[in-house]
Each structure stands twice: as C-alpha cells, then as structure tokens.
Ligand binder design. Structure first.
Ligand SMILES: CC(C)(COP(=O)(O)OP(=O)(O)OC[C@H]1O[C@@H](n2cnc3c(N)ncnc32)[C@H](O)[C@@H]1OP(=O)(O)O)[C@@H](O)C(=O)NCCC(=O)NCCSC(=O)C[C@](C)(O)C(=O)O
Length: 360
C-alpha cells in the first residue's frame, strides 16, 4: 500500500519507523492529575443484566439459589432474584477504572463498603468518585497512592446503591508505568512465624447463626479462635482473569494485555481484585446460610494472582449478634482471607453479613 509520498506504510520496516515516531494517544491519568476534593463522573455507567450477574456468579462459585431461583428469592424476601452484591460492587468499580486507574498500578485496598439497597436486573447504574487523599509512596518513588470515595447510584431514582473508599498505587508521570509489584512472593507461613496464634481452632457445627454463636461461646472458654478453611479452590483461567473484568467495563491493562504485562513484575496478566475476593467469599458462603450482605471493612490485596493460580478461602469468625426481630437472621462479622496454592494470602477483609437462623 503506497500513497502520494511513495512510502509503503505497511512494509514492516517502514511501519516500525512510523511507530517509533508517532505519539501515543494515552488513556487514563497519572498520579499528578488527582487533587483532593475533585469530583469525577464516570461516563460509561453500566446496565445490570441478569446474564452478566449469572455469568459472574457461576464462574466465581457463588451458587446461592436466591440469585437464581424465584421461589428461594421470594422466601428470602426479594421481589425476584436480585443482582448479587459482589457483582454490583465490581460493576460500580469497573466503569471508574478508565478515569481512575487505567494507567496501571495495583488496587491496594478498600474500606467502608456499604450496600444501601437491594438491586434488581435492568437497573442502570451511574458512578461518581471524589478524590479524598493523594500521597507519594515512600517505598516506591515512581508511584503515588490515591484514595477515592466512590458511589454507584440508580440513574432513574438517584438512590445510592453502594459506596466505598478505594486506594490504588498510581504511576507518576515522569516514570515508566509498570504494575508496581515485586516479583518476590511472600514466604509460605510456617508455625514458627506465627507464635501468637491461639492454641485451639474451633469450627462451627453448621452455617446458621446459632452455629456461629455457639462456636464463639465455645472459643471464649479456652485459648481458642473460631477459624477454619474452606475446601473449594478455583484456578484462575482466562474467563476469570480477562473476561469478568471486561464484562464490568474495567479497562485496567493488568487484566487483559499480556503483551504489556510480560515486562511487569508479575510477568503476566493479574486477576481483578474483585474477582479474587468474590471467589474466596463464595467458598465461605458455601459453608454459611447467608441472608444479606451488609458491609466490608479493611479489604487489602496483599499479593497478585496470575493465570493458573488457585484461590482458596479461610475464615475467622469475629462476632455474632442476636437475631434481628423481623428477619430471622442476625449479623455475623468475619475476617476472610483468600490464599493461593502456595498458602500465600492474596486478599483479606472484614465482612458483616446477616446469617439466617436455623429453621424451626
Ligand atoms: C502492591 C504490592 C506490590 C505492594 O507490596 P509491598 O509489600 O511492596 O508494599 P506494602 O508495604 O504492602 O504497600 C506499599 C505502599 O502501599 C501502601 N498501602 C498498601 N495497602 C494500602 C491500603 N489498603 N490503603 C492505603 N495504603 C496502602 C502502604 O502503606 C505502602 O506505602 P509506602 O510506599 O508509602 O510505604 C503488593 O501489595 C501486591 O502485589 N498487592 C496485590 C495487588 C493486586 O493484585 N491487586 C488486585 C489486582 S489489580 C486490580 O484489580 C486493578 C483494578 C481494580 O482493575 C484497578 O484498580 O484498575
């Protein structure tokens, strides 16, 4: 293909020279872009479809029938099978990525996650973020650390559906953007690394509220913790690593651009933190009679998860309330840890959920 100047722009050598000279039309923002108090409305928004919900839930092993079966949904007080809170959260974060974190840099953590409403398929969600903090990373001068407060709201009613604060590492403009991680994995835990662990680990007899309360009572009488692991694991494949984040409009290169990630410390694409977390939570929920999700605090992503890694779950029960009068369920607070095949923690977070009472 030649044009007026006689050059064949698709000849490999000519094209390589053209690429060398061309400016790149960039996506995303460097650290310097963000200033405390800035508000950013994320253009894409998203429409929550039943198919997307079911794809997320099936692939992450969140198989609670209340999100599939109309009879079970009705028994739990829903109008119809609703949008799952994990999918809702990922769908609110996804459209914010282009403005906030597409430049690269890891998702470090999130706190104050609040679910305000039950959400049903067909809801159109718009997303708004406010910059609440910016600081230079003392350990990694190429990066800044930015915290945003984000709200996903119903585009029709204006009602806030979910809100949270998230923190990312964001590359500074003058530095080459990588994903910022260390290639070193943490060592596998050994007993001698963790001398402060309680002597006894108590496992609840079942997954109802009474089981968690009884287990905590048992643990109170001795040097014990209510803590146990879940049997299931899920190996990260292409659907989970690249497919699910793109289905939430998450454009972070970490999840779908193997070419760029090959040179990064992880050496490959990494899983979207919300996918990793949702898998570990699914393992935990499969051993519990969940009624409603309430809130999450202190979520941290400790290490990256790449293609072929397997995500397992571990749970510590921190507290269990009495039943809420009209709901036949009570609040239980857990600490969940996702870990990989090398027993390395990759995620941890505190979760409060309403758990059903044992049926009469
Ligand atoms: C990032 C790595 C390499 C650092 O590992 P490290 O051990 O070297 O560092 P650290 O000491 O744990 O933390 C480094 C700095 O971050 C700060 N920090 C740390 N956590 C928090 C937090 N929650 N809130 C506030 N600040 C935090 C911490 O205080 C420290 O500050 P400093 O540099 O000034 O000393 C390591 O932790 C790691 O590999 N983590 C895994 C990250 C990951 O895989 N995230 C999920 C996938 S990326 C993703 O989903 C993308 C997304 C969703 O699409 C999208 O944002 O666009």
């Amino acid at each position: 293909m030649t044009d007026g100047d006689g050059a064949d722009w698709t000849d490999a050598e000519t094209f390589a020279a053209a690429l060398d000279r061309a400016e790149t039309r960039e996506k995303g923002h460097f650290f310097e872009f963000f200033a405390e108090g800035d508000e950013i409305e994320h253009d894409p928004g998203i429409r929550l479809a039943r198919a997307g919900n079911e794809q997320w839930l099936s692939q992450t092993l969140n198989h609670d029938p209340a999100y599939w079966r109309t009879d079970v949904a009705a028994e739990r007080g829903f109008e119809e099978p609703p949008i799952h809170p994990d999918y809702l959260l990922a769908c609110v974060m996804g459209p914010s990525v282009e403005d906030l974190s597409e430049k690269g840099g890891y998702f470090l953590g999130r706190t104050n996650v609040r679910y305000h409403e039950t959400v049903y398929p067909g809801t159109e969600v718009h997303v708004l973020s406010t910059v609440v903090d910016t600081r230079t990373s003392s350990s990694r001068p190429d990066y800044g650390i930015v915290t945003w407060q984000t709200e996903g709201y119903d585009a029709d009613t204006g009602d806030v559906l979910v809100s949270y604060e998230r923190t990312n590492m964001i590359p500074r403009r003058e530095q080459v953007a990588t994903d910022g991680g260390s290639t070193e994995r943490s060592d596998t835990y050994t007993a001698s690394d963790v001398p402060d662990l309680p002597e006894t680990f108590v496992t609840p007899d079942g997954g109802y509220l009474e089981d968690f309360r009884a287990a905590l009572d048992r643990a109170e009488d001795e040097d014990a913790a209510v803590a146990y692991r879940h049997e299931r694991g899920r190996t990260m494949d292409d659907t989970l690593v690249a497919g699910l984040p793109l289905a939430t409009l998450n454009t972070a290169r970490q999840h779908h651009n193997r070419d760029e990630m090959a040179d990064s410390p992880s050496g490959d694409v990494v899983a979207y933190g919300d996918v990793t977390r949702s898998i570990a939570l699914a393992h935990a929920r499969s051993d519990e009679a969940t009624y409603r999700e309430r809130r999450f605090e202190n979520e941290r992503f400790h290490d990256f998860v790449t293609l072929g890694d397997t995500v397992y779950g571990f749970t510590r029960v921190l507290d269990a309330d009495r039943p809420v009068a009209d709901a036949e369920a009570g609040a239980v607070t857990f600490q969940h840890v996702a870990f990989n095949q090398e027993n390395t923690p990759v995620y941890s977070g505190e979760r409060t959920a309403l758990v059903r009472c044992r049926p009469e």
